[in-house]
Design a protein around this ligand. Sequence first.
Ligand code: ADP
Ligand code: MG
Length: 726
Amino acid sequence: MSAAARFAAIQTANSRKPRQFQRQQREGRTLSVSELFGQNTFDLARMKQKLPKSVHRRLTAVVREGAPLQPEDAAVVAHAAKEWALENGCTHFTHWFQPMTGATAEKHDAFLDLDDQGNAIERFSGSALIQSEPDASSFPSGGMRSTFEARGYTAWDPSSPMFIREGVNGKTLCIPSAFISYTGEALDKKTPLLRSMQAIDKAANELLAVLGLPASRVTATLGCEQEYFLVDRAYWSLRPDLAIAGRTVCGAPPPKGQSLDDHYFGAISSRVLAFMSEVEQELYKLGVPAKTRHNEVAPGQFELAPIFREANVGVDHNQLIQSVLKTVAVRHDYKVLLHEKPFAGINGSGKHNNWSLSDSEGENWLEPGDDPHDNLRFLAVLASVLLGVFRHGGLLRAAVASHGNDFRLGANEAPPAIMSCFLGGMLTRICDAIVAGDALPQNPQQALLELGVAKLPKVAQDNTDRNRTSPMAFTGNKFEFRAVGSTQNPAWPMTVMNTIVADGMRQICTWAEQDGGGDIGAFSAIRRALTEGGAARFEGDGYSQEWVARAESRGLKNLTKTPEALDELREDAAVKLFSDHGVLSPAELESRFNVLTEQYVTQVGIEVDTATLIADTMILPVALAERARLAQGLSSLLDLASKGVAIEAGPEHDRLTRISTLVQQMTAARAALDVAVAEAGHDPHACARKVGPALEELRAAIDGLEGVVEDEAWPLPKYREMLFVV
Ligand code: ADP
Ligand code: MG
């Protein structure tokens, strides 16, 4: 029977034991986290032991202040990195970069070289450290490069430390890099992020000048809360949809899903905990400060959050987290699902991007302080965020647009597709008072005092006033952008966030000048920004229908599907914004539009193929076999009845009718899907409008059959089996 494999999988999954792994030891003692931390990274601290003082000093300036790197220094660093990598058993090195596919990419080269005599030596030059030339032609460029000039190169990003990746049989030195075409266009996610960080540093310094505060190096900070699901490998291997599309394209709801709310923050099962501990050990070695772990809302769903870092490092950490989750899961006989919506009807996974700004003094700009000037700065950042979200909410939506995330956004479990900000009661009162003109700008210091801005830190510490329905919530000392998808590389949403806030800051600076400069001009500009940007403020229930109507009247966009959201990238305002801040040229922006649209259409196509494969080769044969069996049974019963045996064939009759109806429904939906696919072609809007709903119809029929077909015969692991991981 086709279900034999499924029952074997249930047996296997239920007899697993937690895996014990080798904790790193030294002299018979298990290393503490602080001893283990960063063991596999060549960070500034480790470089200090390996580099001449002067080189280390200049490199620190490169990392901390973005100073240019001298080629002579690169040669010295390359030598030291090679020594360190070889001491630690590396045989290869690779530039590790983030092309527009959204995944990470690497091409390994051995340290091995031959000298003039033909003897094997290990070599690693400064130029190999700084630059590499992978064959770029197979990476998406969104039409920026024609194939005859397909060359691109990767360039070392010294602001993120090199690290060693351990394989079962060898180790590789990974060099975080940007990926650029020979004509200087960004072919990756990292380069625009780094540019956006420069843009915000520049705008923030203009703001400092307006406020009469000393210049500083201002960096965006990022801490990503990563949600994920675990399923047993035995089940995963029997679900082609999970393996190919990353989500189930069918599956009837289990009798118990998340309705009892008993999973969130529940006790972590020992097998899952064993997995999490090993993930953490791997992350610590890579210098990723994994901090929080817990069960999430859905059964089988979990979360991992590291301590925040500079946004570019935070992005690299998130990429490493995703990769380590995947590799370690397999060791524990799990598969990790990073898709935004692996199971219909069950909460999906997001990645909250916690964002703030920090200066060279290490001060958090979203932390209101006691000093009135700090508070003016705090209000200016807040006002910039509001203005940015109001003016460019569509772009922010585009920044999180993906096929997978469409299942989440606006589905009453994740923030709606309308971009707005939640500020909490106290900040709302302050903003309202400023907008209403309760505080006169003649004496901003006094005004802030009267408004109670200085009392904010205490509120920040006790921020119980959370609103889960907001896509962008102020949570005491940072903004939490919650609309980001779980699989997504956070570089792109953070690029957009930095750019729109930089734009808001610049506007405030311009207004401040116009309004007479100084504190008075600044206060007046903040008031103008809070007034205009106030339309992006929303404290209520983001899931409600009422909000959809209200948002529209405020001029906020509600872009429910990816293709509409991506169209925002083609608006003049977007082109201007990204070029004004030097983040993306018009051609680079257009290429992002092309790549993201292409990815969307491709993903829909993959789902269609997976769903039809399952329907045609796994479900329909089983349903037809059962129908035939039932028909035969019914016919023999009726035969007996006709011979005078007192028998009533009602149940058989009902069952046969139910199955027949569902089979008909399924075949009709299957044919309609083919039509929808043919009609939609490569048009992303048509894919969203026609193919999505047609897939849902097919799914409904399959899920109906799952509820009727004999359990003994059903080939696919069911939700109730997969979701309750042990
Ligand atoms: P929550 O209550 O939302 O779970 P946590 O305090 O656990 O919030 O923090 C969630 C994430 O926010 C963590 O990754 C944390 O490091 C990050 N975070 C905290 N402060 C900042 C900041 N100033 N900038 C960016 N991220 C931050
Ligand atoms: Mg959070």
